[in-house]
Design a protein around this ligand. Structure first.
Ligand code: ZN
Ligand code: FE
Length: 252
């Protein structure tokens, strides 16, 4: 089985759509808008076959209609949010998974940013939408801290070498926030140097990996003694620490 090619496409101000292709199969994950996706396809001589949506927000589905019309592509999204995914053809859930050609794709249901949010797990890569970000996580628009805490834990159970492709380029700001909680984390300091170098050159900071997030993302580091000390929550439950970090980030 050939390896899937994955390529980020910058959309809007800080969104990423992704091309996932192999042979005659080509999917786009979370197309905010059609034009940059069509340009990326044209440059590579690819024809779109599938549109995958991690959640219903317009900055992840805004390109669905135009791209479906232009390519007769099949729209795949969360079955539980079928009513809010424009032009959906196939609803997927965690129990059933989904098949992309010869590739079995695991679906993880990761509610909290939205109730119906899902992540697509391909061979060695996960598309996390606005649930897990590089050094951050999404806002709790339709869920509780406990829901997001559980959703992030589900993602952290993937192998450490799984590549993480998220919905936005928020890495620099997320990293600055992370440093307020864990200034002594060497992995975090080193990662921020890499991130600054990449952004100066205009390069994307995706993909990350599950292992790198475990070492540098405060939202999955509720066990960190330094973060606990900074928050003065040495003996708190993990979910309460998560809630406090999310609350602080909302006004960072
Ligand atoms: Zn969103
Ligand atoms: Fe978004």
């Amino acid at each position: 089985m050939a390896k899937l090619q994955i390529e980020p496409i910058a959309c809007l101000t800080d969104n990423y759509a992704y091309l996932v292709h192999e042979g005659g199969l080509c999917a786009v994950v979370d197309p905010s808008e059609p034009e940059p996706v069509q340009a990326a396809l044209a440059v590579r001589g690819l024809k779109l076959t599938h549109i995958l949506n991690t959640h219903h927000h317009w900055d992840h589905t805004g390109g669905n209609r135009a791209l479906k019309t232009a390519f007769d592509a099949v729209v795949v999204g969360p079955e539980k949010d079928r009513d809010r995914i424009p032009e959906i053809d196939i609803g997927v859930d965690e129990a059933q998974g989904w098949r992309f050609g010869a590739h079995m794709v695991r679906i993880l249901e990761v509610p909290a940013h939205t109730k119906g949010a899902i992540a697509f797990v391909f061979d060695g890569a996960v598309f996390t939408g606005d649930t897990l970000f590089t050094m951050g996580c999404g806002r709790l628009f339709e869920g509780t801290p406990a829901m997001m805490h559980a959703s992030l834990a589900k993602l952290m159970a993937l192998p450490d070498d799984t590549a993480v492709y998220c919905g936005h380029e928020y890495t620099m700001n997320n990293g600055r926030f992370a440093l307020t909680l864990e200034p002594g984390n060497r992995d975090l300091q080193a990662r921020m140097k890499d991130v600054e170098a990449a952004r100066i050159k205009g390069r994307p900071t995706v993909p990350s990996s599950i292992g790198l997030e475990k070492r540098t993302n405060p939202f999955v580091r509720t066990g960190s003694a330094e973060i606990r000390a900074v928050l003065k929550m040495e003996n708190a439950e993990a979910v309460d620490m998560f809630a406090e970090m999310r609350r602080r980030k909302d006004s960072f």
